[in-house]
Design a protein around this ligand. Structure first.
Ligand code: UD1
Length: 418
């Protein structure tokens, strides 16, 4: 069990290079099993979730070979088992993409569900509704989902609620269905587009990803492809907020600035100086910052996965701020930890009211989930004195070399094994 010891009041200065997107990687890796050939995935983040998915593919009988730390060759050409029912699968929530991928290739799938961060009820009813609409019989029970179909047939699917996971999973299942599938009210997140781009390079026929209507014309089979994963919007946002909370000056490199629009607009409103370049953003905080109101929404709205980090920042901005969490019903468990560091926050259902304080102070806190863990690091960097963060395994699920990247910017974070 690792802990991070963070020295506070460190101004972050310099450049940080952003890794490949976790949420794209965890969709693209399961998608690779659909090909009757070898795929090479580049710019994968070196994180626990990626390693877990590789273990799953290997246990199913596929081959995963690292060409270097960020480049993975996946070969499921000889076929794999359609039953991903072992414990490993439950470690990460994105394992649910094996359902869509296996169903597409074999017309049958059995997958143990689900794992990942816990912030409220995380149903997958929309995924299963989509599989059923394509003609599959789906059974749930004993922590398992089983789906079978004689044939999958394209159809029109309207999503009751915008869901990233359901959009991608239905897209996977429909890629080799007969005829045309239309997904309406689809999620528009960058990783939906990234997964569609990869599938198209494998020979799929998907149009409209990135808009709210996606059309998938089924193809008979897919081939392997070489593909480069997009940069991580949430990791980038975390370092941008880190620059702001420490009064720093950081060039966040290897990103797609357009993906950051909702955050740059908010930071600008808070008096942070933002300078956009082709594939980088410089964030400078040398003026007093003031609070703001933030509402999380699906893309291109403000991402829920940056909500804890922006809460940390708002807790040291002048005046009062209000956060409305519109995506997850219970994503404020970390607030108790933030309070230990001196933040003044009141929670009322989906609303967090934050009264800015002049300084946070060091404390012993826990990472209650992945992004909450990132928020603890940010708050600890701004606090007076030393903090100790446990639950680092959550942070390692989604942030590559986290303490090294921060330390290269002037932070002083030490990992200790307990
Ligand atoms: C993905 C991200 C996660 C992010 C979330 C919202 C991955 C691996 N994870 O999670 O980091 O926080 O998007 O941007 O990409 N819902 C249903 N029924 C369903 C599916 C979802 O009611 O079948 C609801 C959920 O309870 C939630 C909302 O829809 O309120 C959005 O969830 P969704 O977009 O599906 O999140 P994930 O894909 O699981």
């Amino acid at each position: 069990m690792d802990k991070l010891i963070v020295q506070g009041r460190k101004r972050l200065v310099g450049e940080v290079s952003i890794s490949g997107a976790k949420n794209a990687a965890v969709a693209v890796i399961p998608a690779a099993i659909m090909a009757e050939g070898v795929s090479v995935l580049e710019n994968l983040p070196s994180i626990e979730d990626v390693r877990s998915l590789c273990h799953t593919i290997e246990k199913l009988g596929g081959k995963c070979t690292y060409q270097d730390q960020h480049t993975l060759q996946i070969d499921c050409g000889d076929g794999i088992d359609y039953r991903a029912t072992f414990e490993e699968v439950q470690k990460i929530r994105a394992s649910y993409y094996f359902l869509g991928a296996l169903l597409a290739r074999y017309k049958k799938a059995e997958v143990a569900l689900p794992g990942g961060c816990n912030f409220g009820v995380r149903p997958i009813d929309l995924h299963l509704k989509g599989f059923r609409a394509l003609g599959a019989t789906v059974e749930e029970g004993n922590g398992m989902v089983k789906a079978y179909a004689d044939r999958l047939v394209g159809t029109s699917i309207y999503m009751d609620q915008v869901s990233v996971g359901a959009t991608i999973n239905i897209m996977l299942a429909a890629t080799m269905a007969e005829g045309v599938t239309t997904i309406e009210n689809a999620a528009k997140e960058p990783h939906v587009v990234d997964t569609a781009n990869y599938l198209n390079m494998m020979g799929a026929n998907i149009k409209g990803a990135g808009t709210d209507v996606i059309r998938i014309r089924g193809v008979e089979k897919l081939r392997g492809a070489q593909y480069t994963i997009i940069p991580d919007q949430i990791e980038a946002g975390t370092y941008m907020i880190a620059a702001a909370i420490t009064g720093g000056d950081v060039l966040v490199k290897n990103i797609i600035p357009k993906h950051m629009d909702s955050l740059t607009a908010k930071l600008d409103e808070m008096n942070v100086t933002i300078e956009e370049h082709d594939d980088s953003i410089r964030v400078t905080a040398n003026r007093p910052l003031h609070g703001a109101n933030v509402k999380t929404m699906s893309y291109p709205g403000f991402p829920t996965d940056l909500q804890p980090q922006i809460a940390a920042l708002l807790s040291v901005c002048s005046g009062s701020s209000v956060i409305t969490e519109n995506v997850w019903e219970n994503r404020y468990q970390y607030i108790d930890e933030l309070r230990k560091l001196g933040a003044q926050v009141e929670i009322d259902g989906r609303i967090a009211r934050i009264q800015g304080v002049e300084h946070l102070h060091g404390a012993q806190v826990s990472a209650t989930d992945l992004r909450a863990g990132a928020a603890m690091i940010l708050a600890a960097l701004a606090a007076e004195g030393e903090s100790e963060i446990d639950g680092v395994k959550y942070i390692d699920r989604g942030y590559e070399n986290v303490e090294h990247k921060f330390n290269a910017l002037g932070a002083k974070i030490t990992r200790i094994q307990v």
